[in-house]
Design a protein around this ligand. Structure first.
Ligand SMILES: *[C@@H]1O[C@H](CO)[C@@H](O)[C@H](O)[C@H]1NC(C)=O
Ligand SMILES: *[C@@H]1O[C@H](CO)[C@@H](O)[C@H](O)[C@H]1NC(C)=O
Ligand SMILES: *[C@@H]1O[C@H](CO)[C@@H](O)[C@H](O)[C@H]1NC(C)=O
Ligand SMILES: *[C@H]1O[C@@H](CO)[C@H](O)[C@@H](O)[C@@H]1NC(C)=O
Length: 583
């Protein structure tokens, strides 16, 4: 892979130069798509400096410039592939190509030359997101959204030029594209992000494309026998009123029992389905768990899944445009998601990079059948270095302790809390049930409670002028306890002008029964990525400390409730740096 790396840089540079010229020419073009903030004056300003102070170490990113959606992830002949939306010429959105990286372990990555870039009438104005499908005979294909000369969104196919090339570097876009164009009744300005296709009992291939009609979000279904000729089905696979444009839909089966992930085309007994959409209006995603009727090609969410923007989320923080794939090597389903920066575009330009992919997560259906659980892929543990342990430590009301002995600016921290004294839990107002985020905004880490807030303070300065709090708070509702998980970055930096929302989700656990709850947080300089109760509730934040950088970052465990809590066990590891696209 070393050689692949060096030769690719020449090609990469060439592409950067080509795009630089294209961009100068196109600098004043009008960008139609509504979902991206467009800074035309910055789109084609290559980074002269790459500032590494707050740069992530083990999250996926290219050496510089802007990235967004993960595209076409797949496992093929011993290698993982990740494509992603990339601006080769600047640190804000623009000039988008499908950048391409490969890996043997999803942790160490080698960058190849971009796989898909605007070159044909059916994609001359843009090469946007899409998915890979592995066809019978082990032949991968990609379907992606192109923008034609009229800036209509159309769906195109691309396949590898040479299946014997282990890296699948070159992709061919046949001239018969587009394979799916918006016809009557489809909004050609809101028609994008085709899913991985699946094959049902009828033998047809099927896929959905995200769309909207007025304010109704839609997953428009297409069928094909040969993967080339696609016919729109009479009805959408699913749609929901007042949700607006559905970007990056994802649709896949999950097993009711066991720990194996399923290939997209698996069907039969013991299988449920998940439909995820990324809402352009809110810039958050939600998913439902439900039933898929193959004969009618209808998806019906379960009554336990809210089918609107109050629904379940993979991540209650900064996480968007996600996509799963089936990993045939380890028989698991893996989730990729993008996190943007929470800083101004001027600062992004100055630091020379913007956007990361979150650590890939293994996805399973929870034993309740009501939601998914997610966990960082096991390979991430290979980066664990220096290790500290704390056991059986009681934290009294208002107390805290520091975890020392590792550099906690890039760390993996797992804590198990024993929780008792539930009679002291604060009362839960039922009107809070649909807005965890607002509740967290009102009851931050500084607001004392009954049971909690307790949790960790990460990327904290020595005197805690800067800190990002990750914590739980337990409430007493009429007939049960309610557990809130919260990220509070409001005091994460002394710098002004940052986007620092509190993020939160409820955790579906019976804390009165278990008496304990766990928290895992992956810290990576400007990333805080947390998994509550073994992955039932996940939250990601981007923060930019001005003091708590590198070895000046501290890690504390705190309890601001009126009852004691106990850390039954804490493990914290310093994280090593993998090979990251030659950075
Ligand atoms: C296909 O790839 C293989 C392996 O890299 C190479 O040996 C072969 O020459 C390639 N074929 C063509 C037509 O480029
Ligand atoms: C089609 O999409 C465009 C772009 O989002 C939007 O402005 C327009 O209102 C949409 N039309 C309908 C009928 O949904
Ligand atoms: C606990 O609450 C007090 C008072 O509201 C606040 O000053 C302190 O910073 C809080 N502790 C933590 C660790 O957030
Ligand atoms: C990420 O950036 C913040 C701050 O600029 C915006 O508020 C978010 O909408 C944006 N998120 C996405 C998914 O684009």
């Amino acid at each position: 892979m070393g050689r692949a790396n060096s030769s690719c840089w020449t090609a990469w540079l060439a592409v950067v130069l080509v795009h630089w010229c294209l961009c100068v020419r196109e600098r004043n073009r009008v960008v139609v798509e509504a979902s991206h903030v467009v800074y035309e004056s910055l789109q084609s300003v290559p980074a002269s400096v790459v500032d590494s102070k707050l740069r992530t170490g083990y999250h996926f990113q290219p050496p510089k410039h802007w990235i967004n959606d993960p595209n076409g992830p797949m496992y093929y002949n011993g290698l993982y592939h990740l494509f992603y939306q990339y601006n080769p010429s600047g640190s804000v959105w623009g000039n988008i190509v499908w950048a391409h990286s490969v890996s043997t372990d999803l942790i160490n990555w080698v960058a190849l030359e971009p796989a898909i870039y605007p070159s044909k009438p059916f994609d001359i104005k843009g090469c946007w997101s899409g998915s890979a499908t592995i066809l019978p005979g082990n032949r991968p294909v990609i379907l992606y959204t192109g923008l034609d000369p009229r800036e209509r969104q159309v769906q195109n196919i691309a396949y590898p030029k040479n299946l014997s090339d282990p890296y699948l570097r070159e992709w061919v876009k046949p001239d018969f594209n587009p394979v799916i164009a918006p016809d009557d009744g489809v909004n050609g300005s809101a028609f994008r992000d085709p899913t991985t296709a699946w094959r049902g009992p009828s033998g047809h291939w099927k896929l959905v494309v995200g769309s909207k009609w007025n304010k109704r979000g839609k997953a428009i279904l297409y069928r094909s026998r040969d993967f080339v000729h696609w016919v729109k089905a009479k009805h959408s696979l699913h749609s929901a009123r007042d949700t607006g444009m559905w970007e990056c839909p994802d649709f896949y089966p999950v097993a009711l029992k066991g720990t194996r992930g399923l290939d997209t085309s698996v069907y039969g007994h013991g299988v449920k389905y998940v439909l995820k959409v990324s809402l352009d209006i809110t810039r958050y995603e939600y998913y439902t768990v439900g039933k898929y009727y193959h004969d009618k090609d209808k998806y019906v969410p379960d009554a336990t899944s809210a089918d609107d923007n109050t629904g379940l989320r993979y991540d209650y923080g900064n996480f968007y445009a996600s996509k799963t794939f089936f990993d045939g090597k380890k028989q698991r389903r893996i989730l990729w998601g993008w996190a943007n920066e929470s800083d101004t575009s001027d600062v992004d330009k100055a630091k020379g990079w913007a956007g990361i992919q979150m650590i890939p997560r293994t996805i399973l259906l929870d034993s309740s059948g009501r939601q998914l659980v997610q966990w960082p892929i096991e390979e991430i543990e290979s980066l664990r270095g220096k290790h500290v342990v704390v056991e059986h430590k009681r934290i009294p009301s208002g107390g805290f302790f520091e975890v020392t002995g590792i550099d906690s600016s890039q760390a993996d921290v797992e804590v198990s809390f024993d929780v008792s004294g539930l009679e002291k839990a604060e009362d839960f107002d039922p009107s809070w049930a649909t807005d965890a985020e607002a509740l967290c905004g009102r009851k931050t880490a500084d607001v004392k409670g009954g049971v909690g807030p307790f949790g960790v303070l990460v990327l904290a300065s020595a005197n805690m002028e800067e800190k990002t709090a990750v914590f739980f708070r337990v409430f007493k509702a009429y007939h049960k306890h309610v557990v809130l998980m919260c990220h509070d970055p409001t005091r994460s930096s002394l710098r002004a002008g940052l986007y620092k929302p509190t993020f939160a989700g409820f955790v579906d656990v019976d804390i009165a029964k278990t008496g304990k709850i766990s928290l895992r947080t992956l810290i990576d300089s400007s990333v805080v990525e947390s998994f509550g109760a073994k992955g039932k509730t996940c939250i990601t934040s981007r923060v930019y400390p001005s003091l708590a950088i590198g070895e000046d970052a501290h890690l504390f465990v705190f309890n601001n409730g009126s009852t004691d809590v106990k850390v039954s066990e804490l493990n914290a590891w310093e994280m090593k740096k993998p090979l990251m696209n030659g950075a």
